[in-house]
Design a protein around this ligand. Sequence first.
Ligand SMILES: Cc1ncc(COP(=O)(O)O)c(C=O)c1O
Ligand SMILES: Nc1c(O)cccc1C(=O)C[C@H](N)C(=O)O
Length: 411
Amino acid sequence: MLTERAAALDAADPLAHIRDRFLLPDGVVYLDGNSLGALPAAVPAVVEDAVHRQWGTDLIRSWNGNGWWEAPLRTGDTLGRLIGAAPGQTVVGDSTSVQLFNTLLAAARMRPGARLLLTDPDHFPTDQYIADSVGRLLGLDVRRVPAREAAAVLAAEAGNVAVAAYAPVDYRTGELYDMAALTAAAHAAGALMHWDLCHAAGSLPVELDAIEADFAVGCGYKYLSGGPGAPAFAYVARRHQAGFDHPLTGWHGHTEPFAMSGTYAPGDGISRARISTPPLLSMLALEAALTAFDGVEMTAVRAKNLSLTGFFQDCADTLLDGLGFTMATPRDPERRGSQVALRHAEAYPLVAALTARGVIGDMRAPDLLRFGFNALYVTHADVLHAVQELHAVVTGGAHLAPAFQQRPTVT
Ligand SMILES: Cc1ncc(COP(=O)(O)O)c(C=O)c1O
Ligand SMILES: Nc1c(O)cccc1C(=O)C[C@H](N)C(=O)O
């Protein structure tokens, strides 16, 4: 029954052919693309060319001749299509944490009278640490308010909040929040809205311009599949660019970098959000990775992700019932991102045993098994196989083996 359903869903999948744009290892079901995306087939040749021809042969001439100088803004514009950003508002480079620090600090400085910075107690740790650091630097109180309560607190504190810094998708449970509603609530309270799109970019039709978001950041290595350590991105809405006072005034953001002036003068538009020499090999790998989205509409990605996550939940209901699991991810499609998390007391050994059987997910302490679904390369057959394997592990006790009991550094 589930087998037939998986086959029918895969047969009707309009994105099925996109899987060929990825190089996936045989015998592996990869459900951790919400942490490190799979390798797009276009990447190796581009990296090879970047190393041997552009670096090895063309050397310094590549800055002009191979478009290295423009890469952060060129790739930013390509990526912008996936997050609803018109060209000229997205820059690629550095890490998410660096981009977060810059944009959050710059945003907070745009509301000098306000005393509060709101963020989520369930936000990814780096976001909370950086919010605290920005709070210390600017003398703001950082208040942790869950996403679902943020609109009410914004209304109560109208005029007092500088920035609300949230993520549309909870990285642990995959719960999805209403970006448009929270952005509107922030604006109604006179605050700026800052989004971390790490778990949304490439998995959801984010509409930054349409919802009038102010600032956003996100990483290049999850659903965008830019590779380990891929550069991150920052979005600065056009209306804020002239007032964007970049805290990291690196020379690439200067209006005339090669004038070699001793005084900083910010460039025009999004170019002032550049920092300094980008990691070109990773940047070009990300640019190549984004070609996997060519001709793909984010609405189709969303529809397939909902189908995959919904099917996973159905499979779990049928095959894992009574085996100690509870569903941590909302069943309402409107409240679900592109991952499903299950709670189980033995989350780590279960994930380790599953990985040993070729089904790769991850866990988040203390008790969450996390499975991420990238519509570009995951099938419904993969989903069913993963849940069947989990059933086999938990009923057969494979996870009780000593090898699966000790957590490694990275889980
Ligand atoms: C929401 C969120 N923000 C930030 C990060 C990571 O930031 P960085 O790429 O700087 O390590 C992650 C994942 O690692 C994340 O899930
Ligand atoms: N960024 C990561 C890293 O440097 C090491 C290991 C995992 C990651 C991740 O991306 C984790 C991921 N952001 C999460 O949602 O937990």
